[in-house]
Design a protein around this ligand. Structure first.
Ligand SMILES: C[S@@+](CC[C@H](N)C(=O)[O-])C[C@H]1O[C@@H](n2cnc3c(N)ncnc32)[C@H](O)[C@@H]1O
Length: 220
């Protein structure tokens, strides 16, 4: 299934085969690192027992590769980059998970009607790749029956400057992909509005990692 948008083509072009293969090799060599590792540490505390997950913008698929090892039952990986889906699919097959992961290409916001509700929704370093963070968070929240796990860049001057340089470079070379730094309060407020409370918070110099649990029943 494919549901493209202007966002999908920019993102698909930005995360090309070379990037995806390099990231896959790094994951195979080192395992989960950075925000992914921190999210997994936080998720070790949730009582998953056979639960399902939706990995939005899962990249090489590190989160579902790890969480399907005895914790979660099934995963859906939606990604706006074909190259990432390809390497994630290969790794899932190598691990014997191929029949437990459904891979879908597209912008999750565009595809939302076709995306199932799962117990956990993850978005590791995805909010910064999307022009409408409120829409993205709203879609992710509406698909999370129990937990929502996010990582995103902190709203710090150095990061805003770095992002400005990256975006200028992209503009000069005629690429439409942009990186966005969002105020942490906006992200938190949107998630809380959907009935979640924070259960795990970890900050590094540049990254915020948060795991939320739903307190109200999900009205499908
Ligand atoms: C910086 S990469 C992060 C990949 C992986 N989660 C990680 O932390 O290594 C951002 C990912 O989000 C995906 N993405 C961005 N916007 C998306 C959207 N609206 N729907 C689905 N995937 C999206 C990109 O295709 C890419 O795989």
């Amino acid at each position: 299934m494919t549901c493209g948008s202007c966002c999908t083509s920019k993102t698909d072009a930005f995360f090309a085969t070379r990037t995806a293969r390099r990231d896959a090799r790094r994951y195979q060599r080192k395992g989960p690192t950075g925000t992914t590792k921190t999210l997994l540490e936080g998720l070790a505390q949730v009582n998953a027992g056979g639960a399902t997950m939706l990995d939005i913008g899962g990249g090489v698929g590190a989160l579902h590769h790890e969480l399907l090892e005895g914790r979660f039952d099934r995963a859906v990986h939606v990604d706006a980059a074909n190259a990432y889906l390809e390497v994630a699919r290969l790794e899932a097959a190598t691990r014997g998970h191929a029949d437990r992961v459904e891979f879908r290409f597209g912008d999750v916001a565009e595809c939302r009607e076709e995306i199932p509700v799962t117990d956990l929704v993850t978005m590791d370093r995805v909010v910064c790749c999307y022009p409408d963070e409120i829409l993205l968070l709203s879609v992710a929240s509406s698909k999370a029956r129990r937990w929502l796990a996010l990582s995103y860049p902190r709203n710090r001057l150095l990061l805003r400057l770095g992002t400005g340089v990256v975006n200028l470079y992209e503009r000069v070379f005629g690429n439409d992909f942009r990186v966005f730094i969002r105020p942490e309060e906006h992200i938190m407020a949107e998630v809380v509005r959907h009935g979640f409370v924070s259960r795990f918070e970890r900050q590094s110099l540049f990254w915020q990692v948060s795991i939320f649990e739903r307190t109200n029943p999900l009205l499908a």
